[in-house]
Design a protein around this ligand. Sequence first.
Ligand SMILES: NC(=O)C1=CN([C@@H]2O[C@H](COP(=O)(O)OP(=O)(O)OC[C@H]3O[C@@H](n4cnc5c(N)ncnc54)[C@H](O)[C@@H]3O)[C@@H](O)[C@H]2O)C=CC1
Ligand SMILES: O=C(CO)COP(=O)(O)O
Length: 322
Amino acid sequence: MRIGIAGAGAFGAALAVTLAQAGREVTLWARDAAAVETMREARRVARLPEVTLPDGVAPVSDLSALFACDTILLALPAQATRGFVTAHAETLAGKVLVACAKGIDLHSLTGQTAIIAEAVPSATPALLTGPSFAADIARGLPTALTLACADAPCGAALQHALSTPSLRLYRTADVTGAELGGALKNVVAIACGACIGAGLGDSARAALMTRGFAEMQRLAASLGARPETLMGLSGFGDLVLTCSSELSRNYRYGLALGRGESFDAATTVEGAATARAVTGLAAARGLDMPISAVTARMVAGELTPLQALDALINRPLKEERE
Ligand SMILES: NC(=O)C1=CN([C@@H]2O[C@H](COP(=O)(O)OP(=O)(O)OC[C@H]3O[C@@H](n4cnc5c(N)ncnc54)[C@H](O)[C@@H]3O)[C@@H](O)[C@H]2O)C=CC1
Ligand SMILES: O=C(CO)COP(=O)(O)O
């Protein structure tokens, strides 16, 4: 099976590297023809400068080469997935499409697999998510992720096709839980970064992580996710990684907000749009999501990090289980 990957940013390239090193044939598509030429000639990817692309990776800018693959990993930013699958819906019909992005679509307020199902009803949607930095995967460091697919036989086939000696995939049919965990932890990571950046301390960060996790569980339960999925790699696991490491772009973006510094606008920071989407989703469902709400307002420049944390800590007192 030749595996196609749409998007040769950090994550798409890292997946291509580990899969090719494990003997899979990979077609890695990027829209930028000049970048593809560099990948072909120098075997280098801009977003992963220390990594050499193995021979098993074929970089292409020609979409027909990507669409020749029956299984395609979508490693584009979350807000770009809708445009891509909608524009190419006819060609993608019947394919296995594995969403790799972590975010809620601002347009529809749905996760990545719902976007795929709506645009390409005959495709089989799946999701690859969980705690991992692209650079770690590309270096062959041990990593465990979640492969979510509602179609059990397809999920099992993907689990085997995409696992490598250093990348261990666990399988679940709870796609909703897996995608909400991956999307929502980015919002909490921004809040945690802002907390540390503003000098509010590790204790406050632990509170944000814990109460942020309560919000993640609340929204996920209301959308039909299984509680245990949130406790797994795609939820708790990724929350821990992203809220505690400066390798996370969401966390670093939060740090910059907290310090009052600027942040490179070209960097993919999924939690910024997802914070807005979550606010809309929570309002529509009558859910209390205070950390997401103040994070959305902080990202929009309506609250400073200090005002955001002050608003959180001075809310009416309540039971912890609520
Ligand atoms: N970088 C990481 O460590 C990890 C990233 N992810 C997820 O993977 C997704 C992608 O992230 P990265 O690869 O890190 O981002 P990135 O910013 O490194 O790469 C994104 C790539 O998509 C391309 N792109 C953007 N819009 C496009 C469009 N409309 N059509 C075609 N190509 C387009 C960009 O040119 C870029 O090459 C995100 O949702 C992220 O949360 C998941 C796990 C780890
Ligand atoms: O999803 C990730 C870790 O699992 C990558 O985090 P960032 O997108 O914040 O860099």
